[in-house]
Every structure is written in structure tokens, then in C-alpha cells.
Design a protein around this ligand. Structure first.
Ligand code: SF4
Length: 245
């Protein structure tokens, strides 16, 4: 996949979805128990609308066409449920990618979630998303109304400039994750914004908080910490993204 920065994330989403979805099956890299949130059954998928300089799945998301392990929603749910049973976990997620690239990946995700809740009704599914497609296609949000589906929206930048530098997507698309958050709150779906704090000064984080408030978003900003894998540091340097704190 040839990619010129900055790119149009709508086009990238469409292209990624055409590569990672085949006959309602999605491309996954692996399934594993992970220590985050106190223990969570995790599926690592491939394919994203962005290409963040700090993405630990950078090269898989850059060129998904090299991979061939497609899984149906039933197969994904079954693998995750097995992990949860074995490890006594009550939490589930898909990560390493953007779960929602278009309607086909959205429908696949919904089927995974429905199957998990049918088998384990009191569990929680944490939808980790960059929020772009959900903001672009707000009409999809009502389909995320499950009692125990929580949505964590990773904001990537504090303004158009930092969003473009970090995600590689054009700055004018910065507001879409915020549009998604606002609509999620309107629909009374538990959702909150997150930001990679190490890439910003405390003043910039404060500025973002003010911006989020002005947007009418009530939930608190989560600050996540950069995992400094050698690949991540190399790509941050290549893309001239500074670690500021
Ligand atoms: S949004 Fe997430 S999965 Fe997509 S490139 Fe950025 S860090 Fe990677």
C-alpha cells in the first residue's frame, strides 16, 4: 500500500477495509490474555484508518495485504471466550487496529460483541477506537447500545497540527473523534476520551481538556503512557514526533 503523508483517512479506511475484510471475516494477528484493565481477553486485529507514529502494530497496519489469517465473528468470539474461561477474565477487547473501518468491519464487530454477551451476559466489552469512522458515520452509533459495551476514544492530537503529525491523516479530520464522543454521550453509551500524555506538555493537555469541555463532552480524559518499544521510538524519530514528558 503506497502511502503519502498527510493522507485522507476516509480513503485509507476504505482501502484498509477492502484488505482486512473477506466474506464477513476479518484479518487478525493473534488472540491472547493481556494484563491491561486488570486482565482482559484480547484479539489483535489488523488494519487502521490512521498510521500513528507510535503504533506498536505499525508495519502490519501499513501493509495488511501480507497477511492471510481471516476469522469469522463466531471464531473470534469463541477464541476470546476460551481465553476468558481459562484466565477467569470478565473483560474483552479488540486492539492493535481500528475495529471500525466501514460497514463490513462494523457489522463483524457487532456480531463478535453479540456472541460474547450471549455467552457471558455480565461481561464488559471495551471498544478501543480512534473514533474517526464513528464520527464520520454518526448514524452507526445507536447500534453500539449494549448495556456493557464501553467505548474508549483515543484522540491522538490536541489540535489539527499535532493530530496530522501523529496520525499521518490530514489535520482537518481532527474533530471527528470528538463528534463521535459527543454522539456516544447523547446516546447514553459509556464512553471517554484518551490521549498519549508523553507526546504533549501539561499545558497542551490542559488546552485539550478545555477544548473537550467546550465541545460539550462531559467524560474525563484518560492519560495513557507510551510503551517505548524500539520500533515505536524509531518511528517517532522518523516522523519527527517528540516525547515531551
Ligand atoms: S489508531 Fe491505533 S491502531 Fe490505528 S495506527 Fe493509531 S495507534 Fe495504531
Amino acid at each position: 500500500m503506497e502511502l503519502r503523508f498527510p493522507f485522507d483517512p476516509v480513503e485509507k479506511s476504505t482501502e484498509a477495509e477492502s484488505l482486512v475484510m473477506k466474506d464477513k471475516k476479518r484479518l487478525y494477528h493473534r488472540f491472547r490474555p493481556a494484563p491491561y484493565y486488570g486482565g482482559i481477553a484480547t484479539a489483535d486485529a489488523i488494519g487502521c484508518s490512521f498510521l500513528c507514529a507510535y503504533c506498536w502494530n505499525y508495519y502490519r497496519n501499513l501493509d495488511p495485504s501480507r497477511f492471510e489469517s481471516f476469522y469469522s465473528s463466531q471464531q473470534v468470539a469463541s477464541r476470546l471466550l476460551n481465553i476468558a474461561r481459562r484466565k477467569h477474565f470478565n473483560l474483552f477487547r479488540i486492539t492493535g487496529s481500528e475495529p471500525i473501518l466501514g460497514e463490513a468491519s462494523f457489522d463483524h464487530l457487532i456480531e463478535v460483541v453479540k456472541t460474547i454477551f450471549k455467552e457471558k451476559p455480565h461481561s464488559v466489552f471495551i471498544l478501543e477506537t480512534n473514533g474517526f469512522f464513528l464520527g464520520w458515520r454518526e448514524d452507526l452509533i445507536e447500534k453500539l447500545k449494549f448495556q456493557n459495551l464501553w467505548v474508549r476514544v483515543s484522540l491522538k492530537g490536541v489540535d489539527e497540527g499535532s493530530f496530522e503529525l501523529i496520525t499521518g491523516a490530514r489535520g482537518e479530520f481532527f474533530q471527528y473523534p470528538l463528534i463521535a464522543l459527543k454522539e456516544l454521550e447523547n446516546q447514553e453509551i459509556k464512553a471517554w476520551p484518551a490521549i498519549m500524555r508523553n507526546l504533549f506538555t501539561s499545558e497542551e493537555i490542559t488546552q485539550l481538556r478545555g477544548f473537550i469541555e467546550k465541545y460539550g463532552i462531559k467524560s474525563q480524559l484518560e492519560q495513557e503512557t507510551l510503551e517505548e518499544y524500539p520500533l515505536v521510538i524509531e518511528n517517532l524519530n522518523k516522523r519527527k514526533v517528540l516525547i515531551k514528558s
